[in-house]
Design a protein around this ligand. Structure first.
Ligand code: DC
Length: 229
C-alpha cells in the first residue's frame, strides 16, 4: 500500500492533537505534533535567558537547540539537547510566549525543515504520517494527500482547554478563553506562514461533535483518499 500524508491544521482547542493521535494509531501511521516543536524551541529560549520579545536575539539563537520528535502516536516524545521536554513545554509560561517565538521567520524556517525531513522519512519507511499544526497544509506540506482544517466556537475550545488544564493550573474559563483567542489572533496575524486553511482543505466544525465522531470522520476521509490512490 502506498503511504499517505495527512495534514491537520486549526486553532487551539479544536481537538487537533487528540484527533491526530487517534487517527494515526487506528490507521498505523506515524504522528507529528508540530506545536510541541515550537513549544520546545520556546522553552529552550526561556531556559537560556533569551529575551522572547527580541526577534533578532531569537533569530540568532534559533539554530542552536537540537530538537528531536518521536513519532509513535501511542507515545510521542520531544527532546531538546537530549532532555525530555514533554512536561516543561506545557507550562503557562511557555504557552504565553510560544506565539512570539514562532512568529520569527528564522525559527519557522528551521522547524519547517525539520518537519519536512520527518514527514518524508515516514512516507518512505512507514505507511505515512499525520502531521498536526497551523501551517502544515499551506506551507510545510502543500502536497499532502489530505488536508483537514478543524474549527470550533471559541466557547467550545475554551471549555475543552479548561478541562485539559484541570488540576494542573488555573482553570478559570473566561481567562482561558481570553488567552486562547489572543494566541489564535497572534498565530493567524503573523506575517510568516500564519494559521490558515489551505484552499483544498476539508473543513470540519467540531463544535457539536464528540471526539469519537471527529476521529471517525477523519478516518473515513483518510480511507477514502487511500482507496483513490
Ligand atoms: O498546537 P499548540 O497549541 O501546542 O501550538 C503551540 C504554538 O505553536 C501555537 O500557538 C502556534 C505555534 N505553532 C505554529 O506556529 N505552527 C505550527 N505548525 C504549530 C504550532
Amino acid at each position: 500500500m502506498e503511504s499517505v500524508i495527512v495534514a491537520i491544521d486549526g486553532p487551539s482547542g479544536t481537538g487537533k492533537s487528540s484527533t491526530s493521535k487517534a487517527v494515526a494509531a487506528e490507521l498505523g501511521l506515524s504522528y507529528l505534533d508540530t506545536g510541541a516543536q515550537y513549544r520546545a524551541i520556546t522553552w529552550w529560549m526561556i531556559s537560556n535567558g533569551i529575551d522572547v520579545d527580541d526577534p533578532a536575539a531569537i533569530a540568532s539563537a534559533s539554530g542552536k537547540p537540537v530538537i528531536e520528535s518521536g513519532t509513535d502516536p501511542a507515545a510521542p516524545t520531544i527532546t531538546v539537547d537530549g532532555l525530555d521536554a514533554s512536561g516543561p513545554i506545557r507550562t503557562q509560561e511557555v504557552t504565553s510566549k510560544v506565539s512570539a517565538v514562532s512568529a520569527v521567520p528564522e525559527v519557522r524556517a528551521r522547524i519547517t525543515e525539520l518537519q519536512r525531513t520527518i514527514a518524508s522519512a515516514a512516507a518512505k519507511v512507514a505507511k505515512g504520517i499525520v502531521v498536526e499544526g497551523r501551517d502544515i497544509g499551506t506551507t510545510v506540506l502543500p502536497g499532502a494527500d489530505l488536508k483537514i482544517f478543524l474549527t470550533a466556537s471559541a466557547e467550545a475550545r475554551a471549555a475543552r482547554r479548561s478541562g485539559e488544564l484541570k488540576g494542573k493550573e488555573a482553570t478559570d474559563l473566561a481567562a482561558t478563553r481570553e488567552a486562547l483567542v489572543k494566541r489564535d489572533a497572534a498565530d493567524a496575524g503573523r506575517k510568516t506562514s500564519p494559521l490558515a486553511k489551505a484552499d483544498d482543505a476539508v473543513e470540519v466544525d467540531t463544535t457539536e461533535l464528540t471526539l469519537s465522531q471527529v476521529i471517525e470522520c477523519v478516518v473515513a476521509l483518510v480511507e477514502e483518499k487511500r482507496a483513490a490512490k
